[in-house]
Design a protein around this ligand. Sequence first.
Ligand code: ASP
Length: 416
Amino acid sequence: MIETPKNLTRNILFGMFLGFIIGSFFYYLEIFPESLVNFVRIYVFNLGSSIFVNLLKLLIVPLVFFSLVSGISSLTSMQSLGNITLKTITLYLSTTAIAVSLSLLVGSIFKPGSGYSSEIAPPDKLPEGQGIYETILDIFPSNIIEAMAQNQMLAVVFFSILFGLALNKTNHLTNNFSDSFEKLNTVFMQLVIMIISFAPIGVFCLIGKFVITDGLDIFQEAFKYVLLLIIVLIIHAFVTYSLIIKIFTNLSISTFYKKMKDVAIFAFSTSSSAATIPVTLKTVQDELGVNKNVSSFVIPVGATINMDGTAIMQGMATVFIAQMSGIDLSLFQYVQVVILAVVTSIGTAAVPSAGTITLVIILQQFGLPLEAIGIILAVDRILDMLRTSVNVTGDAAVACIVADSEGLLDKNLFDK
Ligand code: ASP
């Protein structure tokens, strides 16, 4: 197995801490000339974090392609692929439905929007979301190069499965050409490690950029909404996932969380499930013992369609805005919010702030005032970081459950 750099988690946490301290230093201590603050912001934090995120994104398409193709082409039974797909999609949809229901429940009990009056100006331009029609159509690319260039994960997954199947069926004619994909996959995993070893610096820049730009005052706005949202995100991450892992497997929950630390930190720092794919894939395969046949399908698909944290935000934001505007949602409307949030979280891109874009679709559906999205956007930065960590934790939990149920999880590796 490919070796990971030593003390990576400790160094990443240190990078995070340092980014936080130096970012706050420049943001709060007004002793530095503005030109110096701007220089640090642009040439240290912005440039450093963009380079790091670009390097991570650079790996996504080839990594998903090679790992999925090598996984699918080595499948001996197609039945297994069908089972994996069915279980994965069912689990993804159900955990998202649980997530949004939890958020609606807490929101309707603790009423974040009552007594809140907003002084925040509405945004100049409302974000535009992508409908379910386009999302479905995007699975079937007309040009794979274009789909790859635009990081359209579902299209890449679809093409890789087709390609893997064709490879599988022609191995006897091509002198086992699928072996080459296996080897290329190993090379890409090594590349992941090489890029991840820069994570402490990357995370330093990402956190520094966040703090030097916005400071930490955001919590003062819509305090109750922010607090309730964080509580529900934590409950879902630690209670719901523990429960489903316990119900469906006999794996150790504490080991799962311990090994997910790095993935959660990556997701937190980048606010993007897509940019985190290389790290999630690596952890799920090499640390949690999920077989490549499962992880290479479940993780990229999960990063694209499974967004429990996002659904939680959308549920809470809907309740918050409805209460703020004095609109009472009926039980039937709550059920509609659940369905809509499940569907829109599928259509939400796995990039920063994408969840607030699809939130528009839900608000529109209920005739809620779209201007109120200004308040949600004002406090969204840190919430986006947190919900992205929840999103990726959900992907990994489902990967473990599916792999375990198919006998494709290496328990020794998991427990190690
Ligand atoms: N940033 C989230 C993700 O990539 C999507 C969102 O909720 O905005 O998972």
